[in-house]
Design a protein around this ligand. Structure first.
Ligand code: GYE
Length: 359
């Protein structure tokens, strides 16, 4: 969907800055003999960025990417707020940015619902809002200007189609699969999409979902939840973890219980599937502890920068931008999967890919 945004009002803060800078330059010009023209002060685009937290490697990389792209050198004056996974903190941050009349707000929302009022306030103040990563579920889509992120349900589908093909090739029948879903933060788009993908796969192929429990995308919670589930259910043979940090915690719990994370289900191993493909997760793939890691790309900074520039300059931009992603394994059994008629390659993880993964 192509969008346009008209030129916005001149920001008051900028105007203030421009006036005081002109005064300083003016005085300097006089003492130097009165001939020097006052230099045009540089106009920065002021941006308030409300990041939901720092719960995972993915999130830290996402923050670094956006902060790196919205730098002074690139012409931005960035205010950053970390909400520690609390929606009320994000709402407060957005109100604060709105009151300060920033040129643009960037919002990485912790969950989908509950944003209508605060986004209306921003819209009333004519401040464009770029939503990144997870979505906002609002009555009126004009409450945000653009969105950049991933197709989380597609990620879940890739994982499930791979699991189906893989177990078929290994002679494991669908009813033998006893899966636990270690979910992300409930109500987050990444959780909703990845859980939906699994539920769809389980229904399609007849897998048994033993339990679904959220673990907030953290390693500590992933370990705690898995430990509890391993004590409760003896038959678990697949752990579907909705991010890498949870997967690493889950592997800690599997190993602490005396079991092994791997693909030999027939001999009691637990097959771990994960999402993100951060360096920490891919290292576990390399060690054979994560069977498949579906990529979710956190490097959204450049896209966000280009969007803000287009919005500010009244140029055309896309309302929704989906980032392309891969899925990694070290097992050559399944080379591609079919997603509603579309062939999707499964990438063989190499040392080079792992080395180059900076986050
Ligand atoms: O997978 C996880 C993070 O919303 C895509 O949030 C993001 C998820 C990501 O904490 O690691």
């Amino acid at each position: 969907m192509k969008m346009f945004s008209g030129k916005r009002k001149l920001n008051k803060r900028l105007l203030g800055l421009a006036l005081s800078a002109a005064m300083i330059f003016g005085t300097a010009g006089c003492t130097a003999g009165g001939t020097t023209e006052a230099e045009e002060p540089k106009k920065y685009i002021s941006v308030g960025f409300s990041q939901l937290g720092a719960e995972s490697d993915w999130r830290v990389a996402n923050t670094d990417s956006i902060r790196g792209s919205l730098s002074r050198e690139e012409g931005f004056d960035l205010m950053f707020d970390d909400a520690q996974q609390k929606q009320d903190k994000q709402i407060r941050a957005i109100r604060n940015f709105t009151q300060q009349e920033v040129d643009c707000i960037v919002l990485a929302p912790v969950m989908e619902t509950g944003w209508d009022t605060v986004l209306e306030e921003a819209r009333d103040a004519k401040i464009p809002v770029v939503v990144v990563d997870r979505m906002v579920d609002v009555e009126d889509e004009t409450l945000f200007t653009a969105w950049v992120g991933s197709d989380f349900k597609k990620e879940g589908r890739v994982a499930c189609e791979w699991l189906n093909e893989y177990t078929k090739a290994k002679g494991i029948s669908p009813e033998e699969l006893n899966i636990v879903d270690i979910q992300g933060t409930l109500g987050a788009t990444a959780q909703i999409g990845r859980t939906d993908g699994l539920m769809e796969g389980a229904q399609k192929y007849g897998w048994n979902i033993v339990a679904s429990e959220p673990a907030d995308y953290t390693r500590a919670k992933g370990q705690e939840v898995m430990q509890k589930l391993l004590n409760e259910y003896e038959n678990i043979n697949v752990a579907y973890c909705e991010n890498d940090n949870e997967a690493i915690g889950v592997i800690d719990a599997i190993e602490a219980s005396g079991r092994t994370a791997g693909t030999d289900i027939a001999n009691g191993e637990i097959l771990v599937i994960s999402f993100d493909a951060a360096n920490s997760g891919l290292s576990m793939v390399m060690e054979g502890k994560i069977a498949l890691d579906v990529e979710c790309n956190p490097l959204q900074g450049e896209t966000v920068k280009n969007l803000i520039n287009a919005i500010e300059n009244g140029e055309e931009f896309e309302k929704y931008t989906y980032i392309k992603e891969k899925a990694f394994t070290v097992d050559e059994t399944v080379k591609s999967v079919n997603l509603n008629g579309e062939e999707y390659d499964i990438t063989l993880l190499t040392d080079e890919i792992l080395r180059e993964r900076e986050y």
